[in-house]
Design a protein around this ligand. Sequence first.
Ligand code: ZN
Length: 68
Amino acid sequence: MRPIFRTLQDPQQRPAAGLCSLCGGELYPGDDAWQINQLLICGDCLPAYARQLLAPHHQICGGEEETL
Ligand SMILES: [Zn+2]
């Protein structure tokens, strides 16, 4: 019987390429990440961060126009 060589390396055994600035999660080569305002953001944290970043542009549709 011939040995089976694994070609796919377990991501946990590879060195992380970076850490998410918000959750501290490890980012591996090929992972989605966003570099925003000198932060590295993972895909899990992006929606919450984007909402916070774009909060000044938030409005309620159908509501009265907000005065600044
Ligand atoms: Zn994150």
